[in-house]
Design a protein around this ligand. Structure first.
Ligand code: NAP
Ligand code: MG
Length: 496
């Protein structure tokens, strides 16, 4: 394995060789406590570098810096904010390879995916939001009283907090940084403890782009300390969170203290449904990537695959063959398709579910084992498929967040709608059918914030994304997200 690994850039080596700090008010500072923590490479289990363990004291400093920077940033001409955000995107583009290597080292995902997909998506988001400051408008209203001009203004909410997970650390950050800054807000970002590195590098690039000190701050650290301090802070006006449903609920409770705005992008157990009138070969290929992309650590993972009984055996055989052929290994190996899981804890959690699946009577078709040999130091798991899964089994009901697919059989459209919707989540769904009417009936009937028809896992900065039920509330992406980053003020003017 070692001879085909891509070389680490000198700039990345220099970055990793130093002690990482917090960015507060344009200055790089250690945590007030002096505490640090190691971030690991999940492909080897070895530390990459040490980061500052920010806590409440650092969050207080960062929020104060963001507050101090707020009025000047909000008052900047919209075209000036656009220019700065485009310059930021330009620098991300110029440092694409470096950002992709950091993401691969910190998260484990294949470099090809980090470079060709994740960084491009992050840059695309930043450019989309860079273009918005000049398009944030109010409206006028035809009120039924004489002599008034009534209009609305969209004003920034103030200081925002962003808390992100480790599975797509760059994209999760840019989809919050972009709209927050475009609307004229300032921001404090707390990245996941497992993947803090790209957030730190992004903050350096933001400063280099000329985004004023204090507009974008980064406090690395732990959820229970830094994250909790940010969500509870009385001078934070909005929190955008992506992560687990459990933590999302805790955040909603803690944010109630000052009634700050909250948007929550949480977990899922998304159904992917294949009807027998679909292009079954294409559907099987899509189902493979719907679950195994990013080693299953994907909030929209198509983890419940419902296959119509008439084509069940055919789909299962195709999937098993494809899954066995997937190459799992270090993300620095260009031929690798799936990287490791993020951590030992996550590996144990996922393997616990594999054990549950077998214990509850599901049929293990392929996978289920941790990889050894050269890969024994990392957190690698074989792509795993269970057949003959029943809805009430744990593997069909709970979010696993790993490369474990449950395949379920169904007979009719009504039945599969009922079963697909019988979940507390409601993030995404996929439907494969060549029946036009059925496609649209299903799109309307499924409980999900996004439905993909004859495709899966597509995103665009212009398209809103978010969940129903315990998958969260509020939407990210799209121009509509500006509703969540602005306050709507109505102005009544007596003109007669
Ligand atoms: P997590 O444990 O909820 O952590 C997410 C973030 O919240 C991390 O930065 C974490 O800090 C922080 N945090 C933890 N406890 C906190 C608290 N009490 N107060 C404030 N912040 C706190 O989730 P994860 O394990 O990183 O990510 C996996 C989950 O995210 C899955 O459920 C997945 O479905 C969901 N997800 C959803 C989407 C979406 O868009 N809907 C996208 C990606 C992931 P630490 O790093 O220190 O724990
Ligand atoms: Mg890491």
């Amino acid at each position: 394995m070692t001879d085909s690994l891509i070389p680490i850039l000198p700039s990345v080596q220099t970055f990793l060789a130093r002690a990482q700090k917090l960015l507060i008010g344009g200055e790089w500072l250690p945590a007030a406590s002096g505490e640090t923590f190691a971030t690991l490479n999940p492909a080897t289990g070895q530390p990459l570098t040490r980061c500052a363990a920010g806590d409440k004291a650092d969050v207080d400093r960062a929020v104060a810096a963001a507050r101090a920077a707020f009025s000047a940033w909000a008052a900047l001409m919209p075209a000036q904010r656009e220019r700065l955000l485009h310059r930021f995107a330009d620098l991300m583009e110029a440092h694409k390879e470096e950002l992709a290597q950091l993401e691969t080292l910190d998260n484990g995902k294949p470099f090809n995916v980090a470079f060709n997909v994740e960084i491009n998506v992050a840059i695309g988001q930043m450019r989309f939001y860079a273009g918005l400051p000049t398009k944030i408008t109010g409206e006028t209203y035809p009120v039924s009283s004489p002599g008034f001009l009534v209009y609305t203004r969209r004003e920034p909410v103030g200081v925002c907090g962003a808390i992100t997970p480790w599975n797509y650390s760059l994209v999760m950050a840019t989809q919050k940084i972009g709209p927050a800054l475009a609307a004229g807000n300032t921001l404090v970002l707390k990245p996941a403890e497992q993947t803090p590195l790209t957030a730190i590098r992004l903050a350096e690039l933001a400063l280099e782009a000329g985004i004023p000190p204090g507009v974008f701050n980064v406090v690395t650290g732990f959820g229970e300390t830094a994250g909790a301090a940010l969500t509870a802070h009385y001078d934070v006006d909005k929190v955008a969170f992506t992560g687990s449903t459990e933590v999302g609920k805790a955040i909603a409770r803690s944010a109630a203290g000052n009634l700050k705005h909250v948007s929550l992008e949480l977990g899922g157990k998304s159904p992917l449904i294949i009807f027998d009138d679909a292009d079954v070969a294409a559907a099987s290929e899509a189902a493979l990537w719907a679950i195994f992309a990013n080693s299953g650590q994907n909030c929209v993972a198509g983890s419940r695959l419902f296959v119509q009984a008439t084509v069940y055996d055919q789909v299962l055989a195709a999937l098993a063959e494809k899954a066995r052929a997937l190459k799992v290994g270090s993300g620095l190996d260009r031929s690798v398709q799936l990287g490791p899981l993020i951590s030992q804890v996550q590996l144990e959690r996922v393997m616990g579910y594999v054990g549950q699946g077998a214990a509850q009577g599901a049929a293990l078709v392929t996978g289920g084992e941790r990889l050894g040999g050269d890969l024994a130091g990392g957190y690698f798991l074989q792509p795993t498929i269970f057949a003959d899964v029943r809805d009430e089994m744990k593997i069909a009901a709970e979010e696993i967040f790993g490369p474990v697919l449950s395949v379920l059989s169904f007979e009719s459209e009504d039945e599969v709608i009922r079963r697909a919707n019988a979940t507390r989540f409601g993030l995404a769904a996929g439907v494969w059918t060549n029946h036009l009417g059925r496609a649209h009936r299903m799109a309307a009937a499924l409980k999900a914030g996004v439905v993909w028809i004859n495709t899966y896992d597509w995103f665009d900065p212009s398209v809103p994304f978010g969940g129903m039920g315990e998958s969260g509330y509020g939407r990210e992406l799209g121009a509509d997200v500006m509703d969540m980053y602005t306050e709507l003020k109505s102005v009544w003017v007596k003109i007669e």
